[in-house]
Design a protein around this ligand. Structure first.
Ligand SMILES: Cc1ncc(COP(=O)(O)O)c(C=O)c1O
Length: 423
């Protein structure tokens, strides 16, 4: 009897541990490949996610929920590893999937745990001295700002601020004014965490190249939102993650170091995989050299389940179609932006209205109002948004992804309307 009780107790503990307690992973209804892309299609897409039906999730910019296909893949691989004792594999597959997704060479991709990690690799790996200038914006996330500020504090590099204009051409004009003979790196977000501004990165990288300046983009948001093509952008370095718009496993990311930059970004962290050989028995003990690919910048034990999840997330995006995804997320955001602008003259739209400078995030303020209160009010109605406190902006950021609908945007707009009337 007691054995039976123990067995049931242990089974329940196991189910809880692998997440089968309150929410079990089920197969989602199949997503047709040849469906007409209408609102019903997007409802089917929504059904691929375990997202609670009582919530309206408009904060993909912080974290992207994964579809069942990714979650199942990760869970099955976790069980497989721990039941078979097998370890390893899938690194090459994940790198190949990422390289294809981003249009790079396999050898230019390093695996990271998040954007911040990739930024740190670059920030500490570049050979800069006191007085060298790095151009950033006044819209940085702590994960991009902190490494550079730390380098400024420890090594005396100088950070110069590029002011974002209302249009791409204004931003380029501002960039030309802030570049000096001392500028060594332009390190800016492709899309900052604040106002959904899509920076004119192709032009920025072109200017950098012409002036022999290194271009580095903080790409926390674009992968999975835009049809990103790093060769077309022609940046030197790009740090991204798979846990936002790519809808991949949490704690996964990548760093792109273009082939010609590999010898300019010194690997300071070393470990299994980063080397071409090492010998503790030679006199003196020696490191032969550094891996001639992206492995130079990551090392040690990886989680094969998460790596499989990255490839699955890319497969999911490809099945829907990256052009369709970009068009959908933009049309939801455009709808929201247009309606917000028309709601009241008190609405101050911070996201540019110029189409090349915006995508799937809309940020706005309301005259003389504390925007955190609107976030709280929406939260009470189970509408999840992001209050932006960074750099004293005091605005609300709304992200639109493929699991959102126009009805959800209307419900959010209703809350804004109520908030306006509560003045
Ligand atoms: C623009 C930007 N950069 C960097 C980061 C840091 O990303 P991670 O948490 O993956 O390190 C974020 C996170 O939201 C971000 O929005």
């Amino acid at each position: 009897m007691s054995n039976r009780r123990d067995f049931i107790k242990n089974s329940l503990l196991f189910a809880g541990a692998i997440g089968l307690g309150s929410k079990s992973l089920t197969a989602a209804p199949p997503l047709p490949n040849d469906a007409t892309v209408d609102e019903n299609y997007w409802k089917l897409v929504r059904a691929q996610f375990p997202l609670s039906h009582s919530k309206i999730f408009l904060n993909n910019g912080t974290m992207g929920p994964s579809p069942y296909s990714v979650l199942n893949e990760v869970q099955q691989e976790m069980l497989e590893i721990d039941s078979s004792g097998r370890y390893g594999g899938y690194e090459d597959t994940a790198i190949k999937s990422l390289a294809l997704f981003l249009n790079t060479k396999d050898s230019e991709i390093s695996l990271t745990r998040n954007v911040t990690e990739g930024i740190n690799v670059v920030c500490w790996g570049l050979n800069l001295k006191a007085g060298d200038e790095v151009i950033m914006t006044g819209h940085e996330h702590v994960g991009h700002a902190a490494p550079w500020l730390n380098r400024a504090k420890l090594h005396g590099i100088s950070i110069k601020i590029l002011t974002l204009g209302k249009t791409a051409s204004e931003t380029i004009e501002n960039l030309n004014k802030v570049i000096s003979k001392k500028t060594k790196v332009i390190s800016v977000p492709h899309i900052p965490c604040t106002i959904g501004y899509v920076l004119p990165v192709k032009e920025i990288c072109k200017i950098a190249r012409e002036k022999n300046i290194i271009s580095f983009l903080d790409g926390a948001h674009p992968p999975g939102m835009l049809q990103l093509d790093l060769k077309d952008i022609n940046c030197d370095l790009y740090a991204g993650c798979c846990h936002k718009w790519m809808l991949g496993p949490k704690g996964t990311g990548f760093l792109y170091v273009s082939e010609n930059m590999r010898n300019q970004v010194q690997a300071y962290y070393g470990g299994g995989g980063f080397d071409t050989g090492w010998d503790m028995l030679s006199n003196p003990p020696s490191l032969k050299g550094y891996a001639d690919n992206g492995h130079r910048y990551y090392y040690g034990t990886q989680n094969p389940a998460l790596l499989k999840g990255i490839s699955k997330a890319i497969e999911f995006q490809n099945q829907i179609g990256r052009d369709r995804i970009e068009a959908r997320v933009k049309s939801l955001a455009n709808y929201l932006q247009d309606h917000l602008i028309n709601l009241s003259t008190d609405v101050e739209m911070l996201t540019p209205t110029e189409s090349i400078s915006k995508a799937a995030q809309v940020s706005f303020k309301i005259k003389d109002r504390e925007m955190q209160k609107l976030q709280t009010q929406c939260g009470e109605k189970k509408i999840i948004t992001r209050y932006v406190a960074e750099n004293n902006i005091n605005c609300l950021r709304v992200s639109t992804h493929i699991y959102n609908s126009f009805e959800e945007i209307d419900l959010f707009l209703k809350e804004v309307d109520t908030f306006l009337s509560l003045k």
